[in-house]
Design a protein around this ligand. Structure first.
Ligand code: NAP
Length: 334
């Protein structure tokens, strides 16, 4: 094993605010403690990575820092009884890339119990095309199913922020499972893309942002996966069918929404929180197995763009501005 590895290092400026990314050679001995050492092949770009790369959101407290909340690669050393050297593994969440160094370098360490083996049917590159966003999409689908949603339910399942990472995977999975998917997007140019992923209807974001009077509107949605929050979530809540569930995933449109208790009381609507970061390992393994078998590879490839790690700082601005389509895989050492 070489003594150093290439990484995109983030250094904080003297003002304590600005963050500068630079490709550097880093000593293997500087990696944080962890029972598993991984030769990282691929990482990816999530909304949270965009924040970290720009020093936003207060997610990183200690610099210099290596970001990358996801990685996949081959195990070099392991003290985790479930993982052996040579295994292909996926790491997402656990605050990796936030409070410890992450996947934007060719070596990374993980604690015991954090890695999931790449399931049959996927490789490390496609696993990173899925990444946190795809895992979260599947966790949201599973939460709606646990709540009682089935493909023969009356009404459509709405996915907001549909052309983003979580949204694109959610649309693909739901359509493959036989749900009638309504994809809500703010980008007209992405309507054909979403239809190709399986959306049966497109709902312009502006339609869901309109001010609606009263706590209820006519019942439309059999289920919802919301990546946006803000007025969009308020309106989605109003139009849920009786006893339907909303999986609350993200806040791309802001962290606040105006709620009214009436949809909960008169229609028995449930708001289901989705957390991919500290999700228990058994639930992750189940979600990854389902992703490998229920997310068609042609759809996954259609929603994936590949870029070198050096491009991550530039792409950070794009994802924060809502201009990235689907998922972006970053080539690390693969
Ligand atoms: N709960 C969890 O565990 C978890 C895990 C992963 C991600 N998340 C969160 O989920 C959200 C989506 O993540 P992602 O990786 O899919 O991000 P992404 O790829 O950036 O997609 C977000 C999408 O939201 C829409 N959007 C962007 N800015 C908006 C605005 N100002 N108002 C309304 N809609 C806007 C855009 O979709 P359109 O162009 O189609 O409108 C954009 O593509 C983020 O907030 C992320 O932090 C949560």
């Amino acid at each position: 094993m070489a003594d150093t590895f290439r990484a995109l290092m983030l250094r904080q400026g003297e003002d304590g605010k600005t963050v500068t990314p630079e490709m550097e050679d880093v000593a293997v001995g500087d990696l944080p403690d962890g029972e598993v050492t991984v030769a990282v092949e691929y990482s990816n770009l999530n909304y949270k990575d965009g924040l970290i790369l720009q020093g936003l959101g207060g997610l990183v407290r200690n610099y210099p820092h290596i970001g990358g909340i996801d990685y996949a690669g081959t195990v070099e050393a392991s003290g985790d009884p479930a993982i052996k050297p040579g295994d292909r593994v996926i790491l997402t969440g656990w605050r990796v890339g936030e409070n410890r160094w992450g996947g934007y370098g060719a070596r990374a360490t993980a604690k015991s119990g954090w890695c999931v083996k790449v399931p049959n049917g996927l490789d490390t590159k496609r696993a990173m095309a899925i990444g946190t966003a795809g895992l979260t999409a599947m966790l949201a689908v599973m939460a709606l199913e646990d709540h009682g949603l089935t493909p023969d339910a009356e009404g459509e399942v709405v996915v907001t922020g549909a052309a983003g990472g979580v949204g694109s995977v959610a649309v693909s999975i739901l359509a493959t499972l036989g749900y009638k998917v309504a994809a809500s997007t703010g980008r007209e140019a992405e309507h054909p893309y979403l239809t190709d992923l399986g959306a049966a209807a497109i709902v312009p974001r502006a339609e869901l942002e309109e001010e609606v009077k009263g706590p209820l509107s006519s019942e439309r949605w059999a289920g919802a996966i919301d990546n946006v929050c803000g007025p969009v979530l308020s309106n989605v809540m109003r139009a849920m069918r009786t006893h339907a569930g909303v999986a609350a995933v993200g806040l791309a449109g802001g962290a606040k929404f105006d709620g009214n208790i009436i949809p909960f009381l008169l229609r028995g609507v449930s708001l289901l929180g989705i957390d991919s970061v500290l999700c228990p390992i058994d639930r992750r393994i189940e979600a990854w197995e389902r992703l490998a078998s229920q997310l068609p590879l042609d759809k996954l490839d259609a929603l994936t763009t590949v870029a070198p790690l050096e491009k991550a700082p530039e792409l950070a601005g794009e994802i924060l501005a809502g201009r990235v389509r689907g998922r972006t895989v970053l080539e690390i050492g693969g």
